[in-house]
Structure formats: C-alpha cells, structure tokens
Design a protein around this ligand. Structure first.
Ligand code: NAD
Ligand code: ZN
Length: 350
C-alpha cells in the first residue's frame, strides 16, 4: 500500500492500493470513533460499489446508511445538499459521526460540504472513484456546490480524516472521464515533474496507474503544503486552466469537459511561451502529442480574441492583471503576471 501523509492543520493519510475499498470498515475504524456512518454516493458509483463499502463498514461495527443522488454536475447544487441534511438528521447522526464520500469530484465536493456544515461540521472520509477526484480533489480540502451564478461559488474548507484510493474502481469509469483525469495528470508532469511526463510518454499510464496516482497526489500535496493560503506556488496548479476555463465558459460548461479544456489550454499557453522565447522550443508539441495519446483534444475553433475577452471579463476584479502559468521547460513552471490588455497578443498565433 502506498501512503501520502498530508500535513494540514489536521493531518490525514491518503492510502492507495488495488482492492482497498473492501477494507473501508477497518480503515475508517482506525481514524474515527463514530457510531453512525452515512455513505454519500451518486447513482452510477453507488450501483457499482455502494454495497461493498456499506457491507465493509457494517462488518466493522458501524451503523451505516447510504444516501444516493442522481449522478451529474447538474445536481451539484444546494437542494441536493438539503436532501442530504434531512437524510442525516433522520438517521439521527450526531457531531461525532462520519460522512463517507464515495464517488467522483461531484460527490466529494457535495458530501464534503454537507459534512462541513451539518451540525457546524462533522468528520468526513473520501473514497474518490474517478481519476480526476483521485489525483485532484483528494488534496486541498475544498468542498462546495454550484449556484446559478457560477460553479463552486458556495463552499467550505474541510480536510478529510482519511482518503481511500482504490485504482480498481477506474475499471468501470467511462473512457471519456479517464481521459479527463489524464488532463490533470499531464498537467502535474508539465509543471513539476519531467520524469512523470516521460513516463506518460513511454508507457500506457493505465497499466501503472497506481504509481501515477501516487506521484500526482504527492506533487499536489507538496505544493499545497508549501502554500496553504493559495497565494504563490499553488497558482502553478492552474497551468492550462486560465485559458481552459475561458473555453469552458465559451461552451457554457457543456460540450467541452474540464480535462479537454485544460488540455487545449496547456498546449495554447505552452505555444505562446515558446513564441515569446520564455518556454523551451518543442514543449508545446510534446504536450500536444501526449494529450492526444490519452484521447484529449488539443485545439479549438475559438479565436485567441474570444478566449482573451472571456478571460478579461473573468479577471476584471483582479486589478487588470492575470497570473499566467508558463513553462520554462517540461517539468519547470513559473508565474508571469500579465496585463489583461496584452493577453490576446500573447496567445495569438503570429
Ligand atoms: N475539491 C476539489 O479540489 C476539486 C478538484 C477538482 C475538481 N473538483 C470538482 O469535481 C467535479 C468533477 O469531478 P468528476 O469528473 O469526478 O465528476 P463526477 O463526480 O460527476 O464523475 C464523473 C462521472 O463518472 C461517474 N463515475 C465516477 N467514478 C466512477 C467509477 N469508478 N465507475 C463508474 N462511473 C464512475 C460519475 O457517476 C459521473 O457520471 C467538478 O464538480 C469539479 O468542480 C473538485
Ligand atoms: Zn483542473
């Protein structure tokens, strides 16, 4: 078993091993004195793994119930949370009881938010089952929901007491979501780890996914620990995300997934860096080839002007500047504070 210790205010372990969900009960027992456990899952993940997790918790002596919501980002909203509160209250959960999030990022964000706010906060453990949730949302403590005015606009910070990553769960994850997660995996290689990038180039990542997840989680842990307040280094995690986010907006968060948008954003910003003489020549081509290898798109019909315009309106509040994450070369990244007015020129192809 691989373990990543995260030293936040309340330190916790991220455990990674094939087949680990079958040991959920005993693992939770080691970190919680709850008597009741509420497993929160979505309709897809619950059907595959709900029973295994619930049975394991019951076998370890926990009084366990499962709340299932309909899968999908569109349900990441406050009325789903409200239904969770009612379920937890009807189940007579108290302050010392525990929420277990079983699912992708949507489940983790919502179960975490429900836990952070039910009775002013109870503990929660995470069993992320999508690649994205395993390599991204398992570190950082962000929870929340979308509201009409924007994604993730309401939320709270809550560190889990334990994260259980079972790479076997990826066997049932639809290919499109696997690719999506690979966007983030490739990002970690780009910003911090040339060796990881090469490993992804030279192997089929899915055959060594346990090592890859361990590497990515460790990178995010290191970055977050060095920068808990999210001022400096943590911004590097946004590589490909500034332009990517603008693209997602252009598509109204529909039709282009997050990982796809990040993939396009990474290639665009690396190419811009090369043109400006800031990024080693050839980096964008390598990123493009790697993203394509894992089924991600690397260009879009949206113009630089359009992308810059959306980014400008997005970043209006930040004083006319945007912090672009650029690569010096694969594995080494830095922040370049850029005037919003100069963004279009910077990303426009000559
Ligand atoms: N808190 C954070 O730090 C953080 C970081 C990144 C993303 N997020 C959030 O995560 C969400 C995206 O995450 P996601 O892509 O995991 O979305 P998701 O939870 O909707 O999962 C994607 C789809 O895959 C299904 N699924 C998940 N695991 C499966 C499995 N093992 N087998 C079969 N089907 C499975 C889900 O039911 C869903 O249909 C967004 O809402 C985003 O805001 C949060
Ligand atoms: Zn992302």
């Amino acid at each position: 078993m691989k373990t990543v210790r995260v030293n936040t205010n309340t330190p916790y372990d991220i455990l990674i091993e094939r087949g680990l969900i079958e040991k959920t009960g005993e693992l939770v027992k080691g970190v919680s004195n709850a008597s009741k456990v509420c497993v929160i899952t979505d309709s897809n993940v619950g059907a595959f793994y709900g029973e295994t997790v619930v049975n394991s918790l019951k076998a370890a002596g926990f009084d366990t119930a499962m709340f299932t919501f309909e899968a999908g980002e569109k349900n990441k909203r406050l009325d789903t949370i409200s239904a969770m509160y009612s379920f937890m209250a009807d189940f007579n959960m108290s302050r010392k009881d525990l929420v277990v999030a079983l699912g992708g990022g949507v489940t983790g964000d919502m179960a975490g938010f429900a836990a952070a706010t039910y009775m002013r906060g109870i503990n929660f453990a995470q069993i992320p089952t999508s690649l994205l949730a395993q390599v991204d949302s398992s570190v950082g403590g962000k929870t929340g929901v979308d509201i009409e005015q924007g994604k993730n606009l309401v939320g709270a910070f809550l560190q889990p007491v334990l994260v259980i990553i079972d790479p076997n769960t990826l066997e049932t994850l639809p290919d499109a979501f696997l690719s999506d997660g690979m966007g983030e995996v490739i990002k970690y290689g780009c910003i911090k780890d040339a060796k990881l990038f090469e490993t992804l180039e030279q192997n089929n990542a899915y055959t060594i996914i346990e090592d890859i997840i361990f590497k990515c989680v460790s990178i995010k842990r290191d970055v977050v620990e060095r920068d808990e307040k999210e001022s400096g280094e943590r911004m590097l995690l946004n590589f490909g995300h500034t332009l990517g986010h603008s693209l997602e907006k252009i598509y109204n968060f529909d039709g282009l997934s997050h990982g796809q948008a990040v993939s396009i954003g990474m290639v665009m910003i690396a190419a811009a860096g090369e043109r400006a003489g800031l990024t080693e020549q050839g980096a964008s081509e390598r990123i493009k080839t790697l993203c394509e290898k894992y089924g991600l798109p690397t260009s879009d019909k949206a113009s630089a002007e359009e992308i810059a315009r959306v980014c400008q309106s997005d970043k209006k509040a930040s004083g006319g500047y945007v912090n672009l994450v650029l690569l010096k070369k694969i594995g080494e990244s830095f922040i370049k504070k850029t005037e919003l007015g100069k963004l279009e020129e910077f990303i426009r192809k000559a």
